[in-house]
Write a protein that binds this ligand. Structure first.
Ligand code: GUN
Length: 328
């Protein structure tokens, strides 16, 4: 019997008190992936040089600063060369384009990551289009998007490919299953839809204007919530036993919100009192734990995979650029 069938059965047998939902631990899967990459990086380093990543962080967005710091730390943990470039938040589009052109030309840089959002005066689309597709480790360049859509090898957006890693490494069946994605962003919703489609799921993309959103979501064997709305996905969205992937990272900053969403979790209310904010995903934490067969927690679910897949993309880009993937 498949994992999802077992989990669905639990609800039909009313055994939910004795068989809790499977928590899909993103930290554990990230560590597995990083360990697998480390050996390849060592071999590449011994043959010449380590793969190199340049992270461009323009301006002073606190969340972006944390993301980029964690990306650089991950590089260090597996032996990648990394550089953080921090232009001021007054940078112009032309200056960003010149910076990207310089990174495109540097031999020892295999991956270029332009952290979003860029300051408002910068034309993000022009900047992302200027990144050499062979170094586009975020998978945002239209060339890589086209390669994904047409199922050709390329660099795929990290959060989307991280979601596939979670599902596959947790033995969640995809082929023939119904997948519903809430959110149609270029970064997550659209690429994960194509990845699931290519694994033979039947895919529906929903968004803020979808009529009868909860009813559509309830058809899903695999539900991906990536819309950026705190705890939007409640029990009526979740088919009993479904696998729920929560991509949301929403910061709650008022006690009213925290008490409403975490009513049954006093530890979270205490965390809020101490820190002044707490994170919540796009799924209601108590509802998803009760109704899903398997789910990713927030934090510690999808987030760690985004960084692991960025590392994987950087190693892949380096192999393709040096031709070692052909000889490997
Ligand atoms: N901002 C939020 N998520 C991402 C991401 O995955 N990559 C980049 N470059 N910026 C982001």
């Amino acid at each position: 019997m498949r994992v999802d069938q077992q989990r669905q059965m639990k609800h039909y047998l009313m055994l939910s008190f004795s068989l809790p939902a499977l928590v899909l631990n993103g930290n554990r899967i990230r560590d597995q992936i990083l360990a697998e990459l480390r050996a390849g990086v060592e071999a590449m380093t011994a043959r010449g040089r380590p793969p190199g990543l340049a992270a461009v962080l323009a301006g002073r967005n606190p969340a972006s600063e944390i993301y980029v710091r964690n990306k650089i730390k991950a590089c260090e943990s597996i032996g990648l060369y990394s550089e953080k470039i921090t232009p001021p938040d007054t940078i112009t589009t032309e200056e960003m384009l010149a910076l990207v052109a310089e990174l495109n030309a540097r031999e020892e840089i295999d991956g270029i990551l332009v952290q979003l959002p860029l300051p408002p005066q910068v034309d993000s689309k022009r900047v992302l289009l200027a990144v050499d597709p062979a170094k586009d480790v975020d998978g945002f360049h239209p060339m890589n998007v086209g390669l994904l859509v047409t199922q050709r090898p390329g660099l795929v957006a990290c959060t989307a490919s991280g979601i596939l890693e979670i599902l596959k490494r947790s033995n969640i069946p995809i082929s023939g299953r119904r997948a519903v994605i809430i959110g149609r962003s270029d970064i997550v919703g659209k690429p994960v839809a194509f990845l699931l489609l290519h694994e033979n799921a039947t895919v529906t993309i929903c968004h803020s204007r979808t009529a009868g959103l909860a009813a559509v979501a309830r058809e899903a064997d695999i539900l991906v919530a990536a819309i950026g709305r705190p705890a939007l996905v409640t029990r009526e969205f979740i088919r009993p036993g479904a696998t729920v992937i929560d991509v949301g990272m929403n910061r709650l900053e008022t006690l009213t919100d925290v008490e409403r969403i975490f009513a049954s979790m006093p530890a979270k209310i205490e965390e809020f009192r101490q820190k002044g904010s707490v994170l919540v995903g796009d799924c209601h934490p108590a509802d998803v734990a009760e109704c899903a067969g398997a789910y990713t927690p927030v934090p510690g679910g999808v987030g760690p995979l985004t960084i692991a897949m960025l590392m994987a993309n950087t190693v892949k880009a380096a192999k393709c650029r040096t031709g070692s993937s052909r000889s490997a």
